[in-house]
Design a protein around this ligand. Structure first.
Ligand code: C2O
Ligand code: CU
Ligand code: CU
Length: 500
């Protein structure tokens, strides 16, 4: 089946108002870089800025409700995609050629996802940032063999947030993600609805998945990597394409930014060095907006930002050289080409912008973290293992008890950046290198940078879902490191319960 007929089939399978404009806009832009695409409901008088292609908006995933469960379908499959305008790249995607549809559900809903593997390799789908039973987590213990289907189902029980899904097969997370497997899972709730933030998906509320690629002259993905560095490429993409622009029709635009890269750290900012407001981190809204000019995101981290726009004034989201922190260690991306600059997304205002509500000064109530806990643990990241032990699928590294607060100290004894991601529940950062976290790290997090020769202290509590058999993971989210074994497993058990 050719590329175009496959797309036609896809359009038939996943029908939503957004695909009519947004996703097809993505497809259309692949045909011609100057194609304007449809206007997502807004009248667009302006042509595309020369040399840019319209930011593809992943379509809102369709669902059907059966016995109170809202079912989505994802097919992991090969495809072809114009990452750069003039070359076609063989890729992998979920129900489309690259990336995947945006799953969306409300707190309190029961959801299910039918995941079919049409790839030639075993994969898995992990719901990054989702609070859910371990057997549905989609980590290395839930592999999906070629042609097989996996059907996890759970209740959405967490605040509104920008989560994402990606492969997590033991040892191949990096290559599977690099080939294009990644998508968004948006959670909604009343606090999120009431926050007064731009919320028209694909119009003033834009998903921005940032990834880097290395392309061969023939368009194929270069999967060669230097030892220890992992897959790092010079081609930085937004939602799968280079040179992306988004037409802006309102005077405030919300960007839901995901660092979906395998290894690369970004230092995000606007080309005019103006401020933007950070309104949410990994696990949902911050207590209050934080005005910043730069924001570092390591692989796996998310941030929602609100950018002010004025008619006639384009602004560009860029990545600037990653700062080197502190006198001792090297910066968060030390070793991963941290001096480079990239253009990520051009925001191109229409001649007339609709006014939008100012960002409220209070966004969400975030309870103060427990600063003392009877259970404390230490995790030492030392280059390719944690506490001296590489990941072992048959070894449980920690057993936590439901509802018992713990404090985790994560130390990076290596001279490279690492970060630390915990499955199942979000944590609160108590300290970075011994000092209170900056406000943008003071909300709910599931992934945090651990400065080289530095440490972070985290308050974690695991709620519900006691299971003495199925573990969750914690790991460095720099995917080469996680694949190499910088990962451990923990169980959550009930009070007085033992691991099986
Ligand atoms: Cu986003 Cu265990 O991963
Ligand atoms: Cu995760
Ligand atoms: Cu690492």
């Amino acid at each position: 089946m050719g590329v175009w007929s496959r797309r036609a089939v896809l359009a038939g399978l996943v029908s939503s108002p957004v695909i009519a404009a947004g996703c097809i806009a993505g497809t259309a832009t692949q045909k011609a870089p100057s194609d304007e695409g449809a206007g997502s409901g807004a009248a667009l008088g302006e042509p595309a800025p020369a040399g840019y292609r319209r930011l593809p908006i992943p379509p809102a995933a369709e669902s059907r409700t059966e016995n109170g469960v809202r079912w989505f379908t994802l097919e992991a499959r090969p495809g072809r995609w114009n990452i750069v305008a003039d070359r076609t790249t063989p890729t992998w995607g979920y129900s489309q050629d690259l990336l995947g549809p945006t799953l969306r559900a409300r707190r309190g809903e029961t959801v299910g996802v039918q995941v079919r593997n049409l790839l030639p390799e075993t994969t898995s789908v992990h719901w990054h940032g989702m609070h859910l039973p371990a057997r549905f987590d989609g980590g290395p213990h839930q592999p999906i063999a070629p042609t097989e289907t996996w059907e996890p189902s759970w209740v959405i029980a967490q605040p509104a947030a920008t989560l994402w899904y990606h492969p997590h097969p033991h040892g191949s997370t990096q290559t599977h993600t690099y080939r294009g497997l990644a998508g968004l899972f948006l959670v909604d709730d009343e606090t999120g609805d009431g926050a007064g933030l731009p919320n028209e998906y694909g119009v003033d509320d834009l998903p921005v998945i940032v990834q880097d690629k290395k392309l061969n002259p023939d368009g194929t993905l270069d999967e060669r990597e230097d030892t220890g560095t992992g897959l790092v490429g010079p081609t930085v993409t937004a939602n799968g394409i280079t040179g992306a622009y988004a037409p802006v029709v309102t005077d405030r635009v919300r960007l839901r930014i995901v660092n979906g890269s395998t290894m690369r750290v970004y230092n995000l900012g606007l080309d005019d060095n103006g401020e933007f407001e950070v309104v949410a981190s990994d696990g949902g809204l911050l207590a209050a907006p934080v005005r910043l000019r730069r924001l570092v995101l390591t692989p796996g981290e998310r941030a929602e930002i609100v950018v002010r726009m004025q008619a006639g004034q384009q602004r560009t989201l860029r990545s600037f050289p990653v700062p080197v922190r502190g006198g001792k260690g090297r910066g968060p991306s030390a070793g991963a080409a941290q001096g480079e600059e990239f253009e990520i997304l051009l925001l191109s205002p229409q001649p007339r912008l609709r006014p939008s509500t100012a960002t409220p000064s209070v966004l969400a109530a975030i309870p103060p973290p427990a600063t003392r806990a009877s259970v404390t643990r230490t995790f030492e990241l030392d280059g390719n293992s944690i506490n001296g032990l590489p990941m072992d699928m048959d070894r449980i590294d920690a057993t936590a008890t439901v509802d018992v607060p713990e404090i985790w100290t994560v130390t990076n004894t290596h001279n490279r950046v690492h970060n630390f991601h915990v499955h199942n529940n979000h944590f609160q950062v108590l300290a970075v290198n011994g000092s209170p976290p900056p406000p943008e790290l003071a909300g709910w997090k599931d992934t945090v940078a651990v400065p080289s020769s530095g440490s972070v202290r985290l308050a974690v509590v695991f709620r519900d879902y006691a299971d003495p058999r199925n573990p969750y993971m914690y790991h460095c989210h720099l995917m080469r490191h996680e694949d190499d074994g910088m990962m451990g497993q923990f169980l959550v058990v009930g009070p007085g319960q033992q691991a099986d």
